[in-house]
Structure formats: structure tokens, C-alpha cells
Design a protein around this ligand. Structure first.
Ligand code: GLA
Length: 377
């Protein structure tokens, strides 16, 4: 019996029709490229969000989360409107809205994906609910179509201007692989990714610094990219080839845009290079690309923060092959490729240096490339 199913029974006093789970993700590389029609390389985590659902016949949506089980939110489907209810409830209510499946249901949610850590807890929730509604109403959407629609939940219903990576990762990733997703071409390729085979671990350092994507810096970076594309006369920054980068930079009228474009164009190239390095088991090469990606997002895209930079520096000093922030940035988590034998010591060093700096204690754990969303009951 899953925790979500138990919670469902205790809150709603009945058995759920089914339970669905969708994972959080780590983006190995390819940051702030998805909304520029570029390339990303995420993998799914074993940490996931489970949702137990039972359809209702009276057109009301009720939901409860293990984080606050007694706070049951109830909304008539007829009243669904973008932005309502405020808070996490919109990530659930916005799913039937985007799936055009006007139905009432009860939902109980339990999650092991850290919230706000850059590990895509929001997409995990949206995609678990989406898969459940798709099954229960026999809507017949493919996983790709579900990814498109659940992205609309986040962009249009919740109002977070995110790209498409997180939903694609939650729905299409498979165990032991990273997913090379080309947003412009809308193609995916499963890239074998098994660090443990090479005696390595992927360590995640959740700095506990929290970001928000609904407004603020993330939206500003998107606007910078759009402005730069306009100055360059191209639909998106994906249209700037790596070989044309210098010429493109000369066309821009300010240093901020130069930096944003340099990040996006070099990052797309690093994604390609990382996929190639993985194909030839060149783990040292992968590590160098991760570290180069961090320097780029820190210095050119300016989406890092002090805690992330300290975590990356300490991980590198502790023997990591490479380290970088992952996800939207401005807080959240850093990842590192660390030899098994060094992992405990590396975690210890990061904790000690965080304490010396007076930072909030980080949460540190290792992750393995795991399966995408699925029905579990
Ligand atoms: C967030 C968004 C993604 C992506 C990343 C940055 O996680 O949800 O779509 O833009 O930031 O790469």
C-alpha cells in the first residue's frame, strides 16, 4: 500500500481508483536552453510524487497533501480559472483544465521530491495528476501530448514561465538513461547514463536557498533572451550557431545581452558534447563540461548564488570530476560527479564549509537515473 493510498483512505474515507507517480529530475546539463528552443539532458530521480485519485460525480475537486493533510482544498470544476486556487492547489486544479477533462475528483498527494530545490517538484506533481486523469477518463493522450498539456498547466494556469524540459523529463525518462531533448526539433534520444558503472556517484547538494519562478529573475532571463533574439533578427537563440557566435555577439548593443547569448549558445554545444562524451565513456570529459557549464551560468547568465558557488567549489576541491548548479537557479541544488570513495568526505566538507560561512545546513544525497511517470496501483 502506498503512502498516498493510505492518506487517501484516511482523508476521504474510501479507496482510491488508482495511484500514479511521477519523478523529480536532475538536469545533467543544458540550463536555460529549453525556452530558447535548445537542448537539455535531464534524468529522472527515484524521488517522486505519488497521487491517489478517485473520480467524483458532482464536479468538485478536493485535494489533500501529506505536508498538510487536514487542509483539504475543494473547488468546483466549473469555477476553474488560471491562478486559482493560490499555492500548490493550482498545480492540481490546472491539470483537468489543460487536459480538457472536466471532471471532479479527490486526490491525496505524497512526495519525496524536495520542493523548490531545482529538482522539478512542480512537474512531478502535475505529471502524476495528468497521467492519472488521462487513464481514468481514457483521454488517450500520448506521453508527448501530456507533456505539452501539463506544461500549459504550469505556464498558463499556475503562471510560471518555465520551458518544456521538466514535464518531458518526468514523462519520458527511463531508468539508467539521461534524456537528450531537442526542443526545436521536438525529438528525444535515450542516452545510456550509469555513473555507478564507472565508480561514480551523482551527489546533490540542496542549498536550501529557495527560488520562485512565477516572477522575478527567471522571467527576466527569459526576457533578456527574447530581446537578444530580436536584436539578432532570429526567432530564438537556438538559431545562433556555435560557429557564428562571435559574429552574433558583435551585433548586440549591450554587455548584458552579450553574456546571455554566450551562455545559451555555448550551453547548447556543451549538451551535444556531453552526450558524445557519455557515448564514449569519457567521464573526465563529462565532468569538465559540467564545470564549464557552471562557470557560464554563474558569470554569463548570472543565475547562480553564493551558496551554489561555494558548494560547487568545495565539491571540486573534494575530488569531483565536475560540478554545477542544476535547474532554474538563484538557489536550489548543485550536482557533482564524485568517485564513490570520495563521496562521504565531499559531503562532509560541504557541510563544514557551509557551517563556517553561517549558511543554512544543506541536504546532501546521491541520486540514480530512474524511471519516468507510471501507474503504481
Ligand atoms: C526551470 C524550468 C525549466 C528550465 C530550467 C532552467 O527548471 O522549469 O523549464 O527552464 O529552469 O534550465
Amino acid at each position: 500500500m502506498t503512502k498516498a493510498a493510505n492518506l487517501f483512505r484516511s482523508i476521504f474515507g474510501a479507496e482510491a481508483d488508482g495511484v500514479w507517480a511521477a519523478p523529480g529530475r536532475v538536469n545533467l546539463i543544458g540550463e536555460h536552453t529549453d525556452y530558447n528552443d535548445g537542448l537539455v539532458l535531464p534524468f529522472a530521480l527515484a524521488q517522486r510524487t505519488e497521487v491517489a485519485i478517485r473520480l467524483r460525480t458532482d464536479g468538485v475537486i478536493r485535494m489533500s497533501s501529506a505536508l498538510a493533510p487536514n487542509n483539504v482544498v475543494g473547488i468546483p470544476v466549473k469555477e476553474l480559472a488560471p491562478g486559482w486556487p493560490a499555492g500548490w492547489g493550482a498545480y492540481v486544479a490546472g491539470v483537468p483544465w489543460a487536459l480538457e477533462g472536466d471532471v471532479g475528483f479527490d486526490a491525496a498527494i505524497d512526495s519525496s521530491v524536495p520542493v523548490g530545490a531545482g529538482l522539478s517538484s512542480s512537474a512531478a506533481l502535475i505529471c502524476a495528476v495528468g497521467l492519472g486523469i488521462n487513464d481514468l477518463l481514457s483521454l488517450g493522450y500520448s506521453r508527448r501530448e501530456l507533456a505539452r498539456r501539463t506544461r500549459r498547466t504550469e505556464n498558463e494556469y499556475v503562471g510560471a514561465p518555465t520551458g518544456g524540459m521538466d514535464q518531458i523529463a518526468a514523462l519520458l525518462c527511463i531508468e539508467g538513461h539521461a534524456l537528450l531533448y531537442d526542443v526545436r526539433e521536438d525529438t528525444t534520444e535515450q542516452v545510456p547514463f550509469d555513473p555507478s558503472d564507472a565508480g561514480l556517484k551523482v551527489l546533490v547538494v540542496d542549498t536550501q536557498v529557495r527560488h520562485g519562478h512565477v516572477d522575478g529573475e527567471y522571467a527576466k532571463r527569459r526576457a533578456d533572451c527574447e530581446q537578444a533574439a530580436e536584436q539578432l533578427g532570429v526567432p530564438t537563440l537556438r538559431d545562433v550557431a556555435y560557429s557564428d557566435l562571435d559574429a552574433a555577439l558583435n551585433h548586440l548593443d549591450n554587455e548584458r545581452l552579450v553574456k546571455r547569448v554566450r551562455h545559451v549558445v555555448t550551453e547548447n554545444q556543451r549538451v551535444r558534447d556531453t552526450a558524445a562524451a557519455l557515448a564514449s565513456d569519457d567521464w573526465v570529459g563529462v565532468g569538465e563540461l559540467l564545470t564549464a557549464a557552471h562557470a557560464s551560468i554563474r558569470d554569463d547568465f548570472e543565475a547562480s548564488c553564493t551558496e551554489l558557488d561555494v558548494a560547487v567549489a568545495m565539491l571540486m576541491e573534494s575530488g569531483a570530476l565536475g560540478a554545477r548548479m542544476t535547474g532554474g537557479g538563484f538557489g536550489g541544488a548543485a550536482i557533482a560527479l564524485v568517485p564513490h570513495a570520495e563521496a562521504d568526505e565531499a559531503a562532509h566538507t560541504v557541510r563544514a564549509v557551509f557551517a563556517d560561512n553561517g549558511f543554512v545546513p544543506p541536504t546532501i544525497f546521491s541520486v540514480v537515473p530512474s524511471a519516468g511517470a507510471t501507474r503504481i496501483k
